[in-house]
Design a protein around this ligand. Sequence first.
Ligand SMILES: *[C@@H]1O[C@H](CO)[C@@H](O)[C@H](O)[C@H]1NC(C)=O
Ligand SMILES: *[C@@H]1O[C@H](CO)[C@@H](O)[C@H](O)[C@H]1NC(C)=O
Ligand SMILES: [Zn+2]
Length: 321
Amino acid sequence: MNPTWVQHLLVLGTLLGAGYTSADTAGSWCYEDPKCGPETWAALPQGHCNGTRKSPINIITPAAVHNPHLGVVSLAGYGDAGKLTSMENKGTTVYVHLADGLRLSAQGLPATYTAKSFHLHWGQGAAQPGSEHLINYKSFSMELHIVHTKNNLSMTDALKDPEGIAVLAFFLQATAHARPSHYWDSFTQHLKKVALKGEDTDLDGSFSLRELLGSVDLTRYYRYHGSLTTPNCDEVVVWTVFPDPILVPPGVVSAFPSILSSTDSDTGPRLQNNYRPLQSLGDRQVQASAALRVAPSSSSTPRPAALIPMLISTAAIAWHL
Ligand SMILES: *[C@@H]1O[C@H](CO)[C@@H](O)[C@H](O)[C@H]1NC(C)=O
Ligand SMILES: *[C@@H]1O[C@H](CO)[C@@H](O)[C@H](O)[C@H]1NC(C)=O
Ligand SMILES: [Zn+2]
């Protein structure tokens, strides 16, 4: 065959291939392409992305209602490295499957929740942060989400319960002063084996979730009711957001977008800026845990002793809603 024809056929094949792929993934979503990015999610069939208790949000800390009943979050089994079974590039995030046996319990949660997986959100390296939640309009380099279901429900069943899912959200902040983390280094080494969308790799026990979390204080957190931050944006999530970031060297943060591709091709767009824009809080309330109480600042302010029972009862009422 004439080489020009071969070239034409190749081009035609590529076009057909591309056409097929996009038809095949109709109803799919993305972050960076305006054709399928967050602005289009509300229109997805069967989705809830246009709801009224959406996530992520900006947490305005002085507006959070202090709830003295919100004590330490208790994590059982999170130190067991053998529970992290495999890592997968989903094209929209990097996802770690968790074996059975990680249990979360905490005041304000209606049941014990079982961890099923975790994944991360990021921007474009250390210079461009990509957390989903913001604290007083400040974003962080990355955000880690541990996804749990109530009473070990399957994900499908959890999506039918308004409190079916509990997500623990931890921020990662790149800083040149951070001590090198053997565990995050090992995590980013594994990224190389899942560079392309659809690739997965078994994990080897070189890090546990507790080791990745470092020394984050599990008594200091914000709690609110929201949604998944990816389609279908189901409004079934009890969020627990820890404001004190895990400090990591900048190289950890830049590894994610530089190693991971959002497609099954090396030359495809980088997997980056995979965070949903802020959603409005509406008439919801954010609660602050007991340890986040701000001490009365000066003696010139009248001691708000009379206010305390009122705040407690407000919190208690809110909690029952
Ligand atoms: C989302 O909800 C708003 C307010 O209810 C409505 O005006 C808008 O048309 C909805 N958008 C979509 C895509 O459904
Ligand atoms: C939790 O659910 C998983 C998946 O359905 C199952 O394999 C596991 O045995 C369950 N764990 C308990 C303690 O019931
Ligand atoms: Zn997430």
